[in-house]
Design a protein around this ligand. Structure first.
Ligand code: MN
Length: 724
């Protein structure tokens, strides 16, 4: 069974010989190693034909080497292409034995097989995107085509149902794909083979008729061409003239499309004249020659040179009455036009998609493949091209697969979290990890085209803020934010609940403004944040109540802090916002950005969820906000009271000297027992800049302190924080 078997020895010799015949460089030992590896891996398997399975990878490798020769790596990959899928050998072993390059191709061939079966592939747009993004290496496609070609050539051994299914898939998907790749010959063969299994009667009928007419046809075409050739020679034109061969399936297609019998399709001979010239006028000269020789059919003349087709196809088409009164279609074009015509598919995409840059690349790519197949021998250039071929077209999207092989389209730099949300928000909300290509990876792993992703979920897992840093899709961002907001709301609700239960139990009562005052005292920007802290368990209710008692929040009857009072002083002509019953529970608070204190010109700003924020009129922040929505401004006034306490900020500049901090704080505290909230000193060289926040009753209180500070030795400047 092994390599010593004369049959396999001959196979190997054939393969090596074919490789050397068609490929520029052949690593014999690598080919031999792959040959032996595949032989061993498949030793227990049989094909439907009853042959040892190995005959399949061997023939696929032969097709690659002979019919679509690129390099030895492709041949090696062809030999190994079914090893992973069908035997117990795995990718790790293959990497070890044959390296990453071969393994990636083999892996790609395995994956692309599943994709070709998908429904999504049947749309042209998806074909293109798939082939551009999925196939990092063109050799994956080559092996896949060779694989399919061999399967089609040996399709007679499987049952009829399978024959039809595979033939249909081939004609629907593989053949057009091959065409797009510029693999004309592969395309024709795939089509004709499929045709055979889809409609055997029609196939055999056409095959028989062609055979019987071949000689006659060749004779006729020569008879038609000879006088034209003579004339072209007289004009010194360089040309290539040929009767375009017709393939079975294309004849059949035309019969169906035009609803005509075989004879009428087949007997419409077609001749193509390709001129080696850059002068378009030579085409018209040639047309003149043809028309002088044979009578043209008037309404069958098309000048696609003057008016190219939208896909930039250029050619003259004319139908003339040839010898024996038979119709002959003649196409006339320059070599350059011919090349463009050959790239017609790419041009077609250009027309459809209007993605000029990408299509340009696509076109280059197809040209490149064509060049490679047409036996370019500059091996170094080829290597570079292969390197650069890691397709970076359509960089904005990647294609990844579910464990079942379903295709998901995601933006570049997507992570398993994006993938999870793309499948379902429930999966997103509970994803705890992921397997990419079978390996467990962290959630922030960046996915690549071709990755197979499996999300691991856990009921207890929930989104966290961190996820926002690495997700790429809008969908996941929105979903995560939604969840986080909901979570926040829940926590706030829980905190509020906790608070209210405790208050009820202790038979205390706090008005909305009591809570606002308390929150402020505890240095929360809003009661919401206070409740959140409670909900998160960051603060203890008993401690809070002690503070409330100490500060006497409840009993402190400070007019300026009573919202009712405040509201009553405000004008009420702004949509009635402020007038909602006498004891309106509308929250209000003092803006942190500018820390207004009594005496400052102030203005209210209606916020969502936090009642009214009171800003200084000079506050930059307020200015910006009011530009957006001036209707939210509410006039407010300070009540006349000396009992309230407010935070104010001072910036002090001076000469750095020992004890300056102490002097500043002493100056503040010694004036009417003023409390300092915070103090910060930065020194650079010999100067210091301090910022102090302190509790004051009103602007007068603050002014006195500023005056005192200014009098300190070494203090240059004291000013109030403007809005930051
Ligand atoms: Mn195969």
């Amino acid at each position: 069974m092994g390599i010593e078997n004369p049959k396999y020895k001959k196979n190997l010799d054939d393969l090596l010989q074919t490789c050397h015949q068609h490929l520029p460089n052949v690593n014999d030992s690598l080919v031999i190693k792959a040959f032996e590896f595949a032989l061993e891996a498949h030793k227990n398997d049989l094909r439907a034909s009853g042959e040892p399975y190995f005959s399949h990878p061997f023939e696929v490798a032969m097709i690659v080497a002979r019919e679509i020769p690129l390099d030895d790596i492709t041949v090696v990959s062809a030999l190994l292409h079914d090893v992973i899928e069908d035997t117990e050998f795995n990718l790790d072993l293959m990497i070890k034995e044959f390296g990453k390059e071969v393994t990636e191709i083999v892996d790609g061939v395995t994956k692309i097989g599943g994709i070709f079966k998908g429904q999504e592939i049947t749309q042209a747009e998806n074909y293109r995107k798939l082939l551009l993004s999925m196939v990092k290496d063109v050799r994956v496609i080559l092996v896949k085509f060779a694989d399919r070609l061999h399967n089609m050539r040996t399709l007679e051994f499987v049952n009829q149902d399978k024959q039809r299914r595979i033939a249909q898939e081939t004609i629907d998907i593989y053949a057009p794909f091959a065409n797009r790749f510029g693999l004309g010959q592969v395309k024709w063969e795939l089509e004709d083979l499929s045709f055979k299994y889809i409609d055997r009667n029609a196939y055999e009928d056409i095959a028989k008729k062609i055979k019987s007419k071949r000689k006659e046809r060749e004779t006729y075409i020569n008879k038609f061409s000879d006088p034209i050739i003579k004339s072209l020679d007289q004009y010194n034109l360089k040309y290539e003239i040929n009767g375009r061969p017709k393939h079975l399936y294309s004849i059949y297609k035309k019969m169906i499309k035009r609803n005509k019998p075989f004879e009428e399709i087949y007997d419409l001979f077609a001749i193509r004249i390709i001129l080696d010239t850059n002068n378009t006028n030579d085409c018209y000269t040639t047309l003149g020659i043809v028309n002088q020789m044979y009578l043209p059919v008037p309404d069958r003349f098309k000048d696609y040179i003057s008016i190219p087709k939208t896909n930039s196809y250029q050619s003259i088409h004319t139908t003339v009455i040839g010898p024996d009164g038979r119709l002959v279609e003649v196409q006339i074009r320059t070599r350059k036009m011919h090349e463009v015509a050959e790239k017609g598919v790419a041009a077609h995409w250009k027309y459809k998609e209007n993605k000029a840059t990408s299509d340009k690349e696509l076109e280059n790519w197809i040209n490149w493949i064509r060049d490679v197949f047409e036996g370019a021998s500059k091996d170094d250039a080829r290597k570079d091209l292969l390197e650069s071929f890691k397709l970076n077209l359509y960089q904005d999207e990647i294609y990844v697969f579910t464990p079942k092989g379903d295709l998901r389209r995601l933006p570049v730099s997507s992570t398993p979290v994006d993938f999870a949300f793309d499948i379902h928000s429930k999966i997103g909300y509970h994803c705890i990890g992921a397997k990419v290509n079978g390996k467990i990876v962290p959630l922030d792993t960046v996915l690549h085209s071709g990755d197979q992703v499996e999300v691991i979920t856990s009921k207890n897992q929930h989104p966290n803020k961190n996820w926002l840093k690495f997700v790429a899709t809008h969908k996941s961002k929105t979903a995560i934010k939604k969840w986080l907001n909901k979570e926040e709301e829940d926590i706030i609700e829980a905190g509020k609940d906790l608070w209210e239960k405790k208050i009820k139990k202790l038979k205390l009562s706090f008005t909305a403004s009591d809570i606002a005052k308390l929150s402020l005292n505890l240095k929360y920007e809003s009661p919401k944040l206070f409740y959140r802290s409670l909900g998160e368990g960051k603060i203890n209710i008993d401690e809070v109540l002690t503070i409330a008692k100490d500060k006497d929040v409840k009993k402190e009857k400070i007019p300026s802090l009573e919202f009712d009072n405040f509201a009553s002083l405000a004008r009420t002509d702004i949509g009635g916002v402020l007038v909602d019953g006498k004891n309106s529970g509308i929250m209000y608070s003092y803006a942190k950005c500018c820390n207004p204190i009594p005496g400052d010109p102030v203005i209210g700003y209606i916020t969502v969820g936090e009642g009214i924020k009171i800003h200084r009129k000079t506050c930059n922040n307020l200015l910006k906000m009011s530009e957006k929505d001036p209707s939210k401004l509410v006039p407010v006034q300070w009540p006349e009271s000396k009992d309230s306490i407010f935070v104010a900020g001072l910036r002090i500049l001076g000469k750095d000297s020992a004890g300056i901090l102490n002097e500043i704080s002493h100056t503040i505290v010694s004036y009417q027992n003023t409390n300092i909230k915070s103090i910060n000193i930065n020194t650079t060289d010999s100067t210091f800049e301090g910022s102090v926040t302190l509790f004051v009753h009103n602007i007068e209180h603050l002014s006195r302190i500023m005056e005192r500070l200014r009098k300190l030795k070494g203090v240059y400047n004291v000013e109030r924080f403007e809005s930051s």
